[in-house]
Design a binder for this molecule. Structure first.
Ligand code: SF4
Length: 378
């Protein structure tokens, strides 16, 4: 049994009445109190209407050079880190697009560009037809409430000095989506119940909650301004696997109830397999394969995607990888020429060392960037 199958069992077990939306350490709440009844695994087809999010050839370069004086005295060159390079994709309304890849592949940088935390060095992100670089304008400020982010670390992302009520009310007050003390208090209570917590939790501080509960608080805060688009950056990677399943179930139920669109960032293919409609695989700042989830897991095309899938541990008690991911991720400050994956690729040929493969679309709508696929090397 692979880890993906095993994780699927956790997901389904997370829906059993004995394991409500709360952490195992909690007690006394039935699933119906979460405001969302458990539902069956997703069969939702991606919406074919105009995409909510359009990412057009974005790039992000960071200047990581030593200070100017050091460079002059020590004769060191400027150092530019190309964290994201020429990435394009669309996300349909109600869809979950997952980006996966090893640490440092640029997926979190993309997440931050999609909510306006980073400005692209090149290219454009459009949300519902509006360029996100205009977030500073009056129209852009209104748009900010429609997109929110859930961060990886529920311990660091909640202000420890604030009560839960103030934490959840902050986006409501900042975006002025609601007014009146009583109305805001009622909204906070409803949000807490929606994420499987109690209205009485509003008076507590973050340190009084477990890790899973804190991530529920992060979700409640993200939902407070009634967003349409949530960027979720490794939202469950800091949690135990059983708590991960509960939080993922909650996010999926909320997506169905509120019609949300997700960009889901993860390094964990088992998690991605249970949340995504489509999956983009990233390597050194670029998407190398983008395909519907089922197609990607059943017929991976790119050698790197195959390598990642082959490395999923087999749960047979030994904890052994099937085939470990070979090689090291190259230094992004000095990436290999041509296809940046060529030093690790078992299919690499001369063309791979000199020519960067372009992301090409195939008949089934999936996209892959590989000379071997393009030329049908065996
Ligand atoms: Fe491997 Fe060449 Fe394809 Fe890159 S382009 S993944 S090196 S076969």
């Amino acid at each position: 049994m692979s880890l993906i199958e095993r994780f699927g069992e956790h997901i389904e077990r997370g829906r059993e009445p004995s394991e409500s939306g709360r952490d195992p350490s909690e007690s006394g709440r039935e699933p119906s109190e979460s405001g969302h009844e458990p539902s069956s695994p997703s069969t939702t087809a991606p919406n074919t209407a105009a995409p909510l999010v359009v990412v057009d050839a974005i790039a992000k370069t960071f200047d990581v050079s030593p200070p100017w004086l050091n460079r002059i005295l020590e004769g060191k060159p400027r150092l530019l880190l190309h964290a994201v390079d020429d990435v394009s994709f669309e996300i349909a309304r109600g869809e979950t697009l997952a980006l996966v890849g090893e640490s440092g592949c640029g997926k979190s940088t993309i997440a931050r560009m999609l909510v306006g935390l980073y400005k692209p060095s090149r290219g454009q992100v459009r949300f519902d037809g509006v360029d996100l670089s205009e977030l500073g304008s009056p129209a852009g400020r209104q748009m900010r409430s429609r997109l929110q982010m859930i961060f990886q670390d529920p311990y660091a992302s909640l202000n420890p000095r604030w009560k839960v009520a103030d934490i959840i009310a902050e986006p409501i007050r900042v975006h002025r989506t609601m007014s009146g003390k009583d109305a805001i208090a009622a909204r906070i209570e409803a949000l807490l119940k929606q994420v499987g917590l109690s209205g009485a939790d509003a008076a507590k501080y973050p340190h009084q909650f477990s890790g899973g509960q804190r991530q529920r608080l992060s979700i409640a805060r993200a939902l407070a301004s009634r967003p349409e688009f949530l960027v979720c950056d490794e939202p469950t990677s800091a949690l135990d696997v059983s708590v991960q399943a509960q939080v993922l179930n909650l996010m999926r139920d909320i997506q169905r109830a509120d019609g949300l669109t997700y960009l889901f960032i993860s390094h964990n293919l088992a998690v991605v397999n249970h949340v995504a409609d489509r999956v983009g695989v990233m390597y050194l700042g670029r998407i190398v394969e983008l395909a519907p989830k089922r197609r990607l897991f059943e017929m991976p095309q790119h050698p790197y995607t195959r390598m990642l899938l082959d490395a999923i541990p087999v749960i047979d008690g030994s904890g052994q990888m099937r085939t470990a991911v070979s090689g090291e991720v190259p230094n992004p400050l000095n990436p290999p020429s041509g296809c940046t994956f060529h030093p690790r690729c078992p299919l690499a040929r001369e063309r791979c060392r000199s020519e960067r493969p372009l992301l090409r679309q195939s008949a089934d709508g999936s996209q892959v960037a590989c000379h071997a696929i393009e030329e049908n090397w065996s």
